[in-house]
Design a binder for this molecule. Sequence first.
Ligand code: DWN
Ligand code: ZN
Length: 410
Amino acid sequence: MSCRVCGADSVRPFLDLGTTPLSDGLVKPERLDQADPRFALEVAFCETCKVVHILEDVPEDVLFPEDYPYFSSFSDHLLAHSRAHALNLIETRKLDGDSLVVELASNDGYLLKNFVEAGVPVLGIDPAPAQVQAANDGGVRSICRFFGADLADELVADGMQADVIIANNVFAHVPDLNGFAAGMKTLLAPGGLITIENPYVRDLIDHCEFDTIYHEHLYYHSCTGIEGIVNRAGLHLNHVEYFADLHGGTLRWHVSHEPGRSPELEQYLAAEAESGLDTFAYYEGFAQRVAQLRTDLLELLTGLREKGHTVAAYGAAAKGSTMLNYVGLDAGLIDFVVDRNVHKQGLHMPGTHQPILGVEALLERQPDYCLILAWNFADEIVKQQQSYLDAGGQFVVPVPSPRVLDPVAS
Ligand code: DWN
Ligand code: ZN
């Protein structure tokens, strides 16, 4: 089987999550009686370029349809993280009215708005129409396109070159990563900086975050893998930062036209070689651990139901769909899901079809237990839901191992 990144015939599957519905394919009420489209979801490791990726190719227009439901601005923590990044770039890169910041997968302008407020020209690029509309309505100049080598050539031909390119949570989503990286090389001005942010594959494996595997996420990245991809495009990986509290563990890679590795990056690369993250052995036992988590979570929730307790869930997250479908948490176990994103309310979870309600339903219906599907924001969510806890509700977190949160410690 040849690798989608480097073309080598050295791809070894290590986890099969079965045929699953698309994680952001939330179901409209009028379509509940129809079967949800399902696709194989199998993950593999390439022994040549060290990139972890899924084997199935779902067409981009199916993955990111007109009504793609994910809007970045529904997490305060993510907004704060993004603002800190923008303000740091403005200062360290000495950005001003003559600069240009381009964000690839800019969503609803959640991050670029910080540059606009500082008078720094921006361009957002995102394929989701509603998110691009929301960004433009908010004063963040955005275009509705998939980024790649062709669009980069168009932008440069129009006289654009970016002093900063930001690519957050998109380097996992792009089928043609090499073309995407080549486009970055073309678009980046001399002396410019690219920052790429994605969850760290080490944390996915170490903390059993298997639910972050879904069809939108074609790739699961390490420093070793990223360096190979950017080098292939004539770019250089220079530095890396780690954020433990974002999406279950996120790295921010710094890339430019110039070679040179920071001590932090040298440490990460050495640690990946030391731990064997760049070998198949690191991934071999993962499937068994995922199967064990499924057993444990099913036992925990079934046990609660058998005692007559009611159970709901918080966060109609893409990862939540993988969790519900792989573990088999159907509507008989989880009654409903609540979510702050108004674009998701009124729809149903893919495959298991629980209704997605506004967060107020948690207090109105006061389920005994609530499984946090958006566990990566558990702190933010629990803090908000003190009234639910005060009324006797309890939260369950599924990873790294299923457990009921101590209401007092929450
Ligand atoms: O790459 C991606 C990651 C970064 O974000 C995209 N494929 C889509 C998305 O994946 P996700 O849907 O798993 O992301 P979230 O942001 O973990 O989903 C959180 C869900 O929880 C959202 O639907 C919003 C909701 N939420 C909420 O209802 N109340 C979130 C917070 C913080 C809250 O307080
Ligand atoms: Zn490869």
